[in-house]
Every structure is written in structure tokens, then in C-alpha cells.
Design a protein around this ligand. Structure first.
Ligand SMILES: CC(C)(COP(=O)(O)OP(=O)(O)OC[C@H]1O[C@@H](n2cnc3c(N)ncnc32)[C@H](O)[C@@H]1OP(=O)(O)O)[C@@H](O)C(=O)NCCC(=O)NCCS
Length: 154
């Protein structure tokens, strides 16, 4: 079902925290983290919204002078799962990365998160490594990367 994607605003924080707490069991972003990422020059925080209700988000980190951006987190409210919102957020995050002059997007994902792995695989991400003991509970992460092609920076 259709959702609009736009940069996050301060008024989204309550919903973002509640999505975060409902979908992740550890390594959660808290209220202060979400607040810091709104309007920040070094991150892009995008939300998916339908009829004024925020349904999910994607968060990208940048480093000055570095062509590689990092998809730090992406999440969709479980009531909206499998409706294409995750895919839409990922595509919007990639477009934002390119518009910010970066050409590669990297991410870490739990090795047992088959759902997210399937989303990334279908979107063209390829494995570039593995990190032991990456998450708070000791679970390993797979590192994935996608070459987004030339930047669209004006
Ligand atoms: C991973 C997540 C963002 C996907 O969001 P979503 O809106 O449900 O995903 P979409 O509907 O866009 O589906 C994208 C792809 O995921 C896979 N997928 C979706 N539902 C699935 C299911 N029930 N079983 C297996 N794969 C599934 C499919 O490959 C799907 O592509 P397709 O629609 O072409 O078949 C969401 O499940 C989520 O928030 N999970 C918890 C947080 C999380 O794990 N984030 C990733 C951290 S790295």
C-alpha cells in the first residue's frame, strides 16, 4: 500500500521510538538519538508516512569527504510488514545518499535476520564481510554493500 517518504521532523520522535522498541530487542536508538539525527548535517533520517501516520524509518550516516555512506538502521512497524514499505525506504535512502554526493552504501545486518537479508539481496547488496560479536547480545553481523553509481549531487 502506498506510503510517502519524507525527512523526519521532531513531531515524529514519539512514533519512531515506539516502532524502534517494538521491532528491535537490542541495540535500539533512543529518543535523544532520533532527536540528534533530525536536521543533522551528517545523517539522513527518512520516514514513511501514510495518512499522517509514520510507519517506518531509514537512517543513513555520512562522513565528510568519504564516498561510502552507511545505512545505520531501517525499520517498519510490524503491523505494516510485507507491504513494500521497507523496500521503498531503502530506495529513498539510496536516492538521498546519491543526492549527498556519495556513491556506495554499506550496512551491517544480523546473520539470522533472514527477512532483512532478503530485502537487501533483492535490492542488489552483496556481502563484503562478517563481524563477530557485533551486536549487544554477541550475535555476528554480515556486512553488505551496494554500488549506487554516480552521485546526483548538483
Ligand atoms: C526488514 C524490514 C525493514 C522489511 O520491511 P518490510 O516493509 O516488511 O519489507 P517489504 O515489504 O518492503 O519487503 C521487502 C522484501 O523483504 C522480503 N520479505 C518481506 N516479507 C517477507 C516475509 N514475510 N518473509 C520473507 N521475506 C520477506 C522480501 O524479499 C521482500 O521483497 P518482495 O516484496 O519483493 O518479495 C522489516 O521487516 C523490519 O522493520 N524488520 C525489523 C527491523 C529490522 O530487522 N531492520 C533491519 C536491520 S538491518
Amino acid at each position: 500500500m502506498h506510503a510517502d517518504i519524507r525527512p523526519a521532523r521532531a513531531s515524529d520522535i514519539d512514533t519512531l521510538v515506539s516502532i524502534e522498541n517494538s521491532v528491535f530487542e537490542s541495540d535500539r536508538l533512543n529518543r535523544r538519538a532520533f532527536r540528534n539525527h533530525i536536521g543533522s548535517g551528517t545523517t539522513s533520517l527518512l520516514v514513511a508516512e501514510r495518512d499522517g501516520v509514520v510507519l517506518g524509518y531509514a537512517l543513513v550516516f555520512y562522513r565528510r569527504g568519504v564516498k561510502i555512506a552507511r545505512l545505520y538502521s531501517i525499520a517498519v512497524a510490524s503491523s505494516e510488514a510485507s507491504a513494500g514499505i521497507g523496500r521503498g525506504l531503502l530506495a529513498a535512502a539510496e536516492a538521498t545518499v546519491r543526492a549527498n554526493g556519495r556513491s556506495i552504501l554499506r550496512l551491517e545486518v544480523r546473520e539470522d535476520n533472514l527477512r532483512a537479508l532478503e530485502l537487501y539481496k533483492r535490492a542488489g547488496y552483496r556481502p563484503i564481510g562478517r563481524r563477530e560479536n557485533y551486536y549487544e547480545d554477541g550475535a555476528p553481523a554480515l556486512r553488505l554493500e551496494k554500488d549506487l553509481g554516480g552521485s546526483t549531487e548538483q
